[in-house]
Ligand binder design. Sequence first.
Ligand code: AMP
Length: 215
Amino acid sequence: MRLILLGPPGAGKGTQAVTLIENLQIPHISTGDIFRANIKNETELGKEVKSYLNEGKLVPDELTIRIVWDRLDQEDCKDGFLLDGFPRTIPQAEALGIGLKERGLELDRVINIDVPKEVLVKRLAGRRVCKGCGATYHTDYKPTKVEAVCDLCGGEVIQRDDDKEATVLNRIEVYESQTKPLIDYYEEQNLTLNVDGTEPVEQLSAQILQALKDA
Ligand code: AMP
């Protein structure tokens, strides 16, 4: 299955991705994760994209599209994939569509996770992540047992630079102006599956999986 997870930052795309890839046995391709891994490893790509991420701005389309196709052309994506955080602009969506067509492939579904803006700000500002294993926490909804220490690996739990409040607001604004138009873009292709991202995590996963099965 070839799927896209669409939704504002903080909608829970990463959380849903974990359950979906486990059930559907497809790789999870998160452009945000690819960029962050490159920044952490101080690669050339990492150096190039660091300031965009820190300011909550989008990495230029051309570079992002190239990174995504490098990944999608790998063997493990042959039978499907779950794209999370890509596409984020109309040109990215068009480039994806053209590339798929060239390869004789099609998208199956675009899962749009909808969450009101006030909820997003609260979710994102409280989000914390383990520097060691990447486990995610939240100061209100899922705190660590010991402050700033990962329950799973004992690593240091921090706030991502791009989860700081000014960046969060910028990321939401960028979403509204650049990414939201993709909902209509995919709706016109009859691909969109709209779900309510304020529902409990497990309930939402079950609902998405059922809808994919029924399609
Ligand atoms: P995410 O983890 O998906 O929220 O992505 C974190 C950051 O990575 C974004 O705020 C952007 O700076 C960058 N990024 C991730 N995906 C894309 C994309 N498809 N296009 C441009 N920039 C992206």
